[in-house]
Design a protein around this ligand. Structure first.
Ligand code: COA
Length: 185
């Protein structure tokens, strides 16, 4: 269990149904590839049996969000994902939880590096990366179709951004720079 100023991070089990409901929320998932998938309790139970998933809660609220962790034991790295429920967005919970779990993974758990990715258009997530000490490592141009349009040329596209957070700041390959604003579509 990890405790921050306002949050408690612990195993997911009890909050599984809430996790599934958020994953099926098209509005919340608008910048995530999960929007293409119909999730169920069974599919998430299978997922959790293969990957680590954590619940984020406060002392009063059973769950405000969830975290997913994929370990790469061969390279001693870990991939991190986060989801904060719509009702709890914009209160700094995402930043607080992402900072705490990534610090814990590279200090107490001795992972060499934590990696995470998001769409360029996912501004709250880009801000979380910056605030929690991640550096921008790479960018895959116009990788995602955000919204399909009647003609292919008019489709709304977004870049994929790759971030990393390293064990020691001296190992950072370069400082974080905010990616340029999305190109006009
Ligand atoms: C991305 C996500 C985790 C953000 O969580 P959150 O708890 O709202 O984030 P925070 O409150 O810590 O806010 C981070 C920053 O984004 C800003 N922000 C949050 N919601 C916003 C919104 N809807 N519009 C604009 N800015 C927003 C905050 O003001 C803050 O900016 P600041 O640092 O300049 O003050 C949440 O929206 C989410 O779960 N989205 C769906 C899943 C997803 O996209 N995950 C990322 C891929 S792993």
């Amino acid at each position: 269990m990890i405790r921050t100023e306002r949050l408690i991070i612990e195993p997911l089990e009890a909050a599984m149904q809430q996790h599934v409901d958020w994953l099926n929320n098209q509005d919340l998932m608008r910048f995530s590839e999960q929007r293409h998938v119909q999730h169920s309790l069974q599919s998430q139970q299978l997922y959790v049996s293969l990957n680590e998933s954590l619940n984020i809660r406060t002392d009063d609220i059973e769950t405000v969000g969830t975290l997913t962790i994929h370990r790469d034991v061969n390279n001693n790295t870990v991939d991190l994902g986060i989801m904060i429920g719509v009702a709890f967005g914009g209160r700094g919970f995402g930043t607080e939880a992402f900072t705490a779990i990534s610090d814990w993974l590279i200090s107490d758990r001795f992972f060499r590096k934590v990696e995470a990715g998001c769409m360029l258009h996912n501004l709250p997530m880009v801000k979380i990366m910056a605030a929690s000490g991640f550096v921008l490592e790479g960018r895959r141009a116009q990788h995602f179709i955000l919204e399909k349009q009647p003609t292919k040329a008019a489709a709304q596209l977004s870049d994929m951004l790759y971030f990393g957070k390293f064990l020691a700041s001296k190992k950072r390959i370069h400082r974080y720079e905010a990616p340029p604003a999305p190109l006009p579509l």
